[in-house]
Each structure stands twice: as structure tokens, then as C-alpha cells.
Design a protein around this ligand. Structure first.
Ligand code: PMP
Length: 296
């Protein structure tokens, strides 16, 4: 995938500049220790123009991630959202992925940073797909203990765990890795949250040991709108492998049905699952088709 070319414009600390001319210091904690925070945001080509889905929620979480990690966040969030729209416009992007990254000023020690920078870039992203069902494998890696790093923060260093798990899953022939928490309960995928369906009800792991996904919150909102029963609770591997159906949700993943976990194949037909209804409702929501209840 081409993330940028010689014309791409990025945003760095209040300035719009060419990606190929932008530089950073090599002597910093973000590069060396993974001490930074970031977001993954989607924009969609809608009948109202190019629209960023839940931009405010993403920048609120970026600020929270920084606060939880003692990384300075001195910016006005509204200005950052305006900068995202400007980047889309300048780079002529509509269906896109937007990546804000907060990284620390030069300092190689292990104390809290004196200052931080913000970088925002965007690249083109495929229009809503969602048809492929995922083959997932339970990972040998587990999600980090929230007593070692704040798991509700989207911190760069936490993604070493995700990269290791995804790489191992792919080597074992799976599309994605599913990780347990330190107590052996179902946590999340390497870059998405999970819902299971059992007897007409959705179940998702409770907060605490997972990233509180913005898409997860949207699915819960949709359950309210569509009158779908759901609970947030601890899920054992035994219960997971007795579920009728399951799906992943995340900003990049959107709503993706799961075919199997290890050698357990979900018995319910995807197109008859609650996940499928949520998938259609989510698509209508991000595309700002207001009457999504009528459309699905
Ligand atoms: N869990 C992890 C580990 C993630 O990286 C992501 C993607 N940000 C999610 C869950 C889903 O979060 P969101 O819906 O906010 O994209």
C-alpha cells in the first residue's frame, strides 16, 4: 500500500507540509521505547461530502491516552479535527484512513517528557467491504496486564503485542489473532473488539483488559436502536467455542463476520446472524443514511 507520494501533505504541529520534506529527531522516547499515542480514524464519501466518523470521540481518546501516559496534550481538539478535514481536502481523499500520532520531544531518559508533537496523515482506504468471513486463531500471546500499561490507552508500545500476535496467527494460516487476557478470558483481536452471539443475544468482553473501542460503543448504541439484547461480561474459551456466531468490530475492520476460531466453525449462517444486521446498520450509519432502520 502506498501511504504517501511526492505530493502528499501532512500536518505537523500546526503546519501543513509535504510528507517528503518532513523530518523528526531520532533521539526520542517514542521511536526508542514506543512511548507515544495514536488514533485510527475513518472518513467516508457520503451524500453530505467527505465525513469523518466520530472524530470527536477519537480525539477525546487520544487526549485520554496521553493523560494516562503523562504525555503532554496542549492542543485544541476542534483545531485538530479541522486539520483532518483540511488534509482530506488538500490530498483529495474521501474514503480514507486518518492517523494522528503524538510523539515526544527529544529525550532518551525514562522520565516524563518535556513536550510532545502531533503529526496527522491520511491515506486512501477501500470503500466498505465486509463480505469476507475471518478465520481466527487463539493466540499464544495474551493482552498486556493493565497493571503494567494502561490498556484503555491507545499507546504505540502496546502494539508490539498486536504485531507479534498477528504475525504468529498469519504464519499459522489464520487471518487474525484472538487474544485472551491474563486471567484466560476472551479479550480482543490484535486490532479490533469482538462480539459473540448466543441464543439471539450479543455478548462482548467487559471493559478493563481491552481497548474500549469506539466501534464497540457504536455497536452497543445500535443494539439500543435496533432493540437487540446484549451483555458485557467475562467470556471463557469454552463459551466462545459454543457461540452461534461472532464478529469483530473496529474503525478499520468495521464489522467483520468470523467464520471460525481454531477448528471451531460458528454454526449460524452469517447472513442470518445479528452481526449481519449490525454490519448493515453500521454501514448506513457511517454513510450518514439517516433512515438506516428503514433501509436494513
Ligand atoms: N482493540 C484494539 C487492540 C485496537 O487496536 C482497536 C483499533 N483501534 C480496537 C480494539 C477497536 O477500536 P476502535 O473501534 O476505536 O477502532
Amino acid at each position: 500500500m502506498d501511504y504517501y507520494n511526492s505530493n502528499t501533505i501532512i500536518y505537523l504541529d500546526g503546519k501543513f507540509e509535504k510528507a517528503i520534506n518532513s523530518t523528526t529527531d531520532l533521539f526520542g522516547q517514542s521511536l526508542h521505547y514506543g512511548y507515544g499515542a495514536f488514533e485510527g480514524i475513518r472518513s467516508y464519501k457520503t451524500h453530505n461530502g467527505s465525513r469523518i466518523f466520530k472524530a470527536a470521540a477519537h480525539f477525546d481518546r487520544l487526549e485520554l491516552s496521553c493523560q494516562l501516559a503523562n504525555i503532554p496534550f496542549p492542543w485544541d481538539k476542534k483545531e485538530l479535527i479541522d486539520a483532518c478535514y483540511q488534509i482530506l481536502k488538500t490530498n483529495k481523499l474521501k474514503d480514507a484512513y486518518i492517523r494522528p500520532l503524538v510523539f515526544c520531544h527529544p529525550n532518551m531518559k525514562l522520565n516524563e517528557p518535556t513536550g510532545s508533537s502531533i503529526f496527522i496523515c491520511a491515506w486512501s482506504w477501500d470503500v466498505y467491504s465486509g463480505s469476507k468471513l475471518l478465520k481466527m486463531g487463539l493466540s499464544e500471546f495474551e493482552r498486556p496486564n493493565p497493571k503494567s500499561v494502561p490498556m484503555q490507552a491507545k499507546l504505540s508500545g502496546n502494539y508490539v503485542n498486536s504485531i507479534l500476535a498477528t504475525t504468529a496467527a498469519n504464519k499459522n494460516g489464520f487471518d487474525e489473532a484472538l487474544l485472551l487476557d491474563m486471567h484466560g478470558f476472551l479479550a480482543e483481536a490484535s486490532g479490533a473488539n469482538i462480539f459473540t452471539e448466543k441464543d439471539g443475544k450479543l455478548i462482548t468482553p467487559s471493559l478493563g483488559n481491552i481497548l474500549p473501542g469506539i466501534t464497540r460503543a457504536t455497536v452497543i448504541e445500535l443494539c439500543g436502536v435496533l432493540d437487540i439484547a446484549y451483555t458485557e461480561q467475562k467470556i471463557t474459551v469454552a463459551a466462545l467455542k459454543k457461540a452461534d456466531s461472532a464478529f469483530l468490530c473496529g474503525t478499520a475492520t468495521e464489522i467483520a463476520g468470523i467464520k471460525s476460531i481454531d477448528d471451531y466453525i460458528f454454526p449460524q449462517k452469517w447472513t442470518e446472524s445479528i452481526g449481519y444486521t449490525i454490519q448493515k446498520a453500521y454501514k448506513n450509519l457511517v454513510l450518514e443514511k439517516v433512515n438506516y432502520e428503514v433501509i436494513i
